[in-house]
Design a protein around this ligand. Structure first.
Ligand code: CDP
Ligand code: CDP
Length: 203
């Protein structure tokens, strides 16, 4: 695909967005951007004492490569800075430029299909029950937090993400819903590729 083709993948924490996005990007030979890393990088800078709007405006690509962005503390800080309209505004142009690059792009986040790329050629909303999502995150973390702590964190972040005034987490009207609660990774990826293929025939 030499032309731009944007696949928008949104959904709550640990639904499987990243896993599906990487597999879908590899399948089509598209580039992938995990937009959560932008908010995590700003959240990490806020925890380090930097004012979040200034941090978002000065964000550099190398800020996204920091391994410490994956901690639970940074996840909560990310969802707090993500409620600030000026933080979100500072990150729009980078995401839109990535989405329209030649050769296709997959972006995953919370507002890709609704705000960043409302004209995306394919939109998926990936979800799963809060309990399943907490189980998956807990399994990844290898005991850094108890299951109950992970579940409470996931629910707190979902609430903040769904109820903020600016770009709240919700499915775009034209998104295909994929509930991964009972699906293996292979099944979830197959469902995503089938949904994108159906859209590719229409464009
Ligand atoms: O990106 P997001 O936070 O939505 O989720 P992820 O990091 O892709 O997935 C969270 C965890 O769930 C990972 O450890 C996946 O291996 C696992 N998982 C999944 O993504 N899909 C399934 N159908 C089953 C498990
Ligand atoms: O991997 P996980 O789903 O746990 O989180 P993430 O995708 O890294 O996102 C971290 C936080 O950034 C989310 O809880 C949102 O508050 C925020 N975020 C957002 O507001 N908009 C996006 N497009 C991506 C993330």
């Amino acid at each position: 695909t030499p032309m731009p083709f944007t696949i928008a993948i949104d959904g709550p924490a640990a639904a499987g967005k990243g896993t599906i996005s990487k597999a879908v990007a590899a399948h089509y030979g598209f580039a992938h951007l995990d937009t959560g890393l932008l908010y995590r990088a700003v959240g990490a800078k806020m925890l380090a004492g930097v004012e979040p709007i200034a941090a978002a405006q000065a964000l550099l690509p190398e800020d996204l490569a920091d391994a410490s962005l994956r901690t639970p503390e940074v996840a909560q800080a990310a969802s707090k800075v993500a409620t600030i309209p000026e933080v979100r505004a500072a990150l729009v142009d980078f995401q839109r430029a990535f989405a329209r690059r030649q050769g296709g792009a997959v972006l995953d986040g919370r507002d890709i299909g609704t705000v960043i790329c409302p004209d995306a050629e394919a939109k998926l909303f990936v979800t799963a029950s809060a309990e399943v999502r907490a189980q998956r995150r807990h399994a990844e973390q290898q005991g850094a937090q108890s299951y109950d702590e992970v579940l409470a964190d996931v629910i707190a972040r979902d609430e903040r993400d769904m109820n903020r005034a600016e770009a709240p987490l919700k499915p775009a009207a034209d998104a295909v819903l994929i509930d991964t609660s009972g699906l293996s990774i292979e099944q979830a990826v197959a469902a995503a590729i089938a949904a994108v293929d159906a859209r590719k025939d229409n464009v």
